[in-house]
Design a protein. Structure first.
Length: 120
């Protein structure tokens, strides 16, 4: 048997601090991408984003432009999900239902913009 010992690069608290900073920066980047419209919340919910696993669903929803506590709460009432529930602890059914509700207004607005053009 060959035993190898690994030497930690620093004290445990420094490693934990470095990991916390890495996660914080990754979440901030994800929230910026959602705010600019580069990625949608529905894509985050249905995809595999490790940054979002520990985020609360309300934090993710409110990173969108023009979304506050009230709008977030009204949406989450339609799918019985707590505002403080983390994205990683949501079931597939909850993720799918929430993603469907988030994409619904986009589909309706597209129909409205195309409907007058098709009527002519």
């Amino acid at each position: 048997m060959s035993a190898t010992a690994t030497i930690a690069p620093g004290p445990q608290y420094m490693q934990a601090l470095a990991r916390a900073n890495e996660v914080r920066l990754a979440r901030a980047c994800l929230k910026r991408r959602v705010a600019t419209g580069e990625i949608t919340v529905a894509e985050v919910l249905l995809g595999t984003y490790w940054e979002a696993e520990g985020m609360t669903i309300s934090d993710l929803l409110m990173s969108q432009r023009r979304w506050g506590h009230t709008r977030c709460r009204k949406l989450l009432m339609q799918v019985p999900v707590s505002e403080n529930k983390t994205v990683g602890s949501m079931t597939e059914r909850q993720r799918g239902a929430l993603a469907q509700l988030l994409e619904l207004p986009v589909r309706e607005s597209r129909r409205e913009t195309f409907a007058p053009v098709m009527a002519i």
